[in-house]
Design a protein around this ligand. Structure first.
Ligand SMILES: N[C@@H](CCC(=O)N[C@@H](CS)C(=O)NCC(=O)O)C(=O)O
Length: 206
């Protein structure tokens, strides 16, 4: 049995959807992030980073979305969530997910979490101001160069799809019009209709 520590509106949704897609035996524990449950001692004992997602497995706890997604795909090969027997194709999936994790998510964090990178009020304000422009540039690259269609990696649905869906769902909140990116926007609409997405998203309603 796996345990996913997650939170409403967070990147942990990607792992949550992937667990659903995989038909994994898991439970989801949604932290009260608004009240700082991610920094409470009992959670820091699970994930000292104080972030979600964390996936508790019988071999220990995994963090970082690309690692968790790859683990879910590799431990549930029948679900065909990644080309695990093709090193180049698997690396392509990892490259896409790494871009979301290390570039796009970090750009997004410059909106609400700019205080991580500066103390100076003017610097923080400038990071917040610039964030929508940087997010739009990231999604323009995804739209024109990285998204193959109809799924992220082409004809086959992979662990890159729930991750793109999750990060793309932040665009309105980041003051970026998602309709600028028709392929990504259409992907998001199709993703929202999947049973796995409805099941995962439903956990956070209310
Ligand atoms: N690189 C990590 C980022 C994890 C992360 O920053 N998660 C956010 C939610 S999207 C979080 O837990 N934030 C809580 C906080 O900063 O207090 C990953 O991709 O899993």
């Amino acid at each position: 049995m796996l345990t996913l520590y997650t939170g409403k509106g967070t990147c942990a949704l990607a792992s949550h959807i992937a667990l659903e897609e995989a038909g994994a035996a898991y439970e989801a524990v949604a932290l009260d992030m608004a009240n700082g449950a991610q920094r409470a001692p009992d959670y820091l004992a699970i994930n000292p980073k104080g972030r979600v997602p964390a996936l508790v497995t019988d071999r220990g706890t995994l963090t970082e979305t690309p690692a968790i997604l790859a683990y879910i795909a590799q431990t549930h090969p029948a679900s065909n969530l990644a080309p695990i027997d093709d090193p180049f194709a698997f690396a392509e999936v990892q490259a896409f997910n790494s871009y979301l994790c290390s570039t796009v998510h970090v750009a997004h964090a410059h909106g609400r979490r700019a205080g991580r990178w500066a103390d100076d009020a003017a610097a923080i304000s400038e990071m917040k101001r610039k964030m929508p422009e940087v997010m739009a540039a990231c999604f323009a690259l995804i739209e024109s160069e990285m998204f193959k269609g109809p799924w992220v990696m082409g004809d086959t649905y992979t662990i890159a799809d729930p991750y793109l869906f999750t990060i793309a769902s932040w665009l309105e909140g980041d003051k970026v019009d998602p309709k600028q990116f028709p392929k990504v926007h259409d992907h998001r609409s199709r993703m929202a209709e999947r049973a796995s997405v409805k099941a995962a998203v439903g956990v956070y309603v209310g």
